[in-house]
Design a protein around this ligand. Structure first.
Ligand SMILES: CC(C)(COP(=O)(O)OP(=O)(O)OC[C@H]1O[C@@H](n2cnc3c(N)ncnc32)[C@H](O)[C@@H]1OP(=O)(O)O)[C@@H](O)C(=O)NCCC(=O)NCCS
Length: 211
């Protein structure tokens, strides 16, 4: 049975059967019988939105920027950004998450995106955490602020077992932000698209609840 989705007042309510969950879950056990899909909580300075509900020009300004993309695959052309937005929509419809666009609460400036991508290679409920900010907003701890809310959402309503994050070895800004969030080094892997060994970090629900 497919997931049933109800939308009311900006809230998407998911109900699904034991045979066809829309979310990854522990094998053999149903992790969620009913789940309300909303957005990570607004922070002191930032609010989250869905890509479908904002001007796609924001996505183009972010992912076509050579400085923003220098460590994450290089600047994207119009077709690539459009494909990325389609992918974000798909992740939302299948898993209820995406790399949500973020905006300043005051002034409504576009800041970038921060969010979750489900990992399907483990039996546990795990996500990849990521953040991409427009250059004008670097250095103001926005990545940490947005990710703190995303982490709370992942370990709270989503019931995640663990989160993972990684970066190119030379992406010092990302390394600092990931460590500041409490992630711990987990392992290194050869990342085929770059041909480089990338460090990988993990934030586990148990570790977090003990700290
Ligand atoms: C990585 C990123 C998300 C960090 O976000 P942020 O909110 O700027 O992070 P912080 O404010 O905590 O700053 C982290 C580090 O970035 C560096 N930094 C800050 N402002 C900077 C600027 N204007 N230019 C270059 N680097 C800067 C500093 O090393 C800083 O560390 P410090 O505060 O100890 O000096 C952001 O730089 C970004 O979006 N970069 C491009 C996309 C990307 O690489 N994403 C990560 C993919 S793994």
């Amino acid at each position: 049975m497919a997931a049933l989705v109800f939308r009311r007042a900006g809230i998407t309510r998911w109900r699904f059967s034991t045979t066809s969950p829309p979310f990854p879950r522990s094998r053999g056990t149903v992790r969620l019988l009913s789940h309300t899909v909303t957005l990570p909580a607004t922070t002191e300075r930032l609010r989250f939105d869905w890509w479908e509900d904002v001007d796609p020009a924001f996505a183009h300004s972010l992912w076509s920027d050579g400085n923003v993309m220098q460590f994450i695959g290089g600047p994207q052309d119009e077709a690539q950004v459009t494909a990325r937005l389609v992918n974000q929509r798909k992740t939302r419809s299948e898993y209820g998450v995406q790399y949500w666009p973020i905006f300043l609460r005051e002034g409504n400036d576009f800041v970038g995106c921060c969010g979750l991508k489900p990992r399907t290679d483990t039996p546990q409920l795990t996500y990849e955490l990521g953040f991409h900010l427009v250059q004008d907003h670097w250095g103001r701890r926005f990545a940490t602020e947005a990710a703190t809310s995303v982490i709370a959402y992942a370990f709270g309503p989503l019931g995640a077992d663990a989160l993972f994050a990684g970066h190119r070895p030379t992406n010092e800004s990302s390394r600092k932000a990931i460590l500041r969030l409490g992630f711990v080094f987990d392992y290194e892997e050869l990342y085929v698209p770059t041909g480089l060994i990338h460090p990988r970090y993990k934030l586990a629900a148990q570790i977090r609840s003990c700290s």
